[in-house]
Write a protein that binds this ligand. Structure first.
Ligand code: G3P
Length: 221
């Protein structure tokens, strides 16, 4: 499973990239707006921090303008991935952009049918939003499972499932059990994934027992 950070805060990516756990970044207009920073500058900094894809979302709603915006975003860096909404216009833009060699992440996916269309359009990624389906009392993880089953029926479909709108470590575990190709997650969820109370207490005991020996591993410490 590839891990993308879902953030437009450059410092969050900078602090995590040295862990070796970050394969890419996803942004969206709301995340960008929250930072108050310039979008193109943010995307450029993100692209310099990670080797993998950095999703930059278009804001046009007709497919020709989406394509123009997408091609412009792609001039920022080679690892920019154009993000478009899952509308018929977005699908037309996806087809045109992928035909021209530009990778596309189709976002705001909320149904298996939408995901099937994204794959048909040639998207590199489809982003089904788990948390937002949960928010309205539906089962967001069921969508991930349906898309996985459908895509696996057709090996010719090369679109990767990018599990998005992830809110918890539980979402990460379930998405991985189903076999999502990628998860895009907030930094806090990635940090929480590493935590377990028995790890903390076990380490505390190890270190206390070791300290009692009076030994040191590095003799010249
Ligand atoms: O990548 C999509 C993600 O940013 C949406 O998350 O929590 O706003 O549903 P959320």
């Amino acid at each position: 499973m590839k891990f993308f950070l879902d953030t437009a805060i450059v410092d969050e990516v900078a602090q995590m990239v040295d862990t070796g756990l970050v394969d890419g970044v996803t942004t969206n207009p709301s995340l960008i707006a929250k930072t108050g920073a310039d979008m193109r500058d943010t995307i450029a900094q993100m692209c310099a921090l990670v080797d993998g894809p950095v999703s930059a979302e278009v804001t046009a709603t007709d497919w020709q303008e989406m394509v123009r915006e997408g091609v412009s975003l792609r001039t920022i860096a080679d690892n920019v991935c154009v993000k478009v909404p899952l509308t018929m216009e977005g699908l037309r833009a996806t087809h045109a952009l992928t035909q021209a060699g530009h990778p596309v992440n189709v976002t705001l996916c909320f149904s298996a049918n939408q995901a099937l269309l994204a794959a048909k359009a040639g998207a590199s990624f489809v982003s089904p939003f788990i948390g937002r389906l949960d928010d309205i009392g539906l089962d967001g993880m069921e969508l991930i499972s349906d898309i996985r089953l459908i895509y696996d029926n057709y090996p010719e479909l090369e679109t990767e499932i990018l599990a998005a709108s992830i809110r918890s470590t539980g979402h990460m575990r379930e998405a991985a059990l189903i076999g999502a190709d990628v998860a895009t997650l907030p930094v806090k969820v990635m940090q929480d994934m590493a935590k377990h109370p028995l790890t903390s207490s076990g380490l505390e005991k190890f270190l206390a027992d070791w300290q009692a020996t009076g030994q040191q591993i590095l003799k010249d410490a």
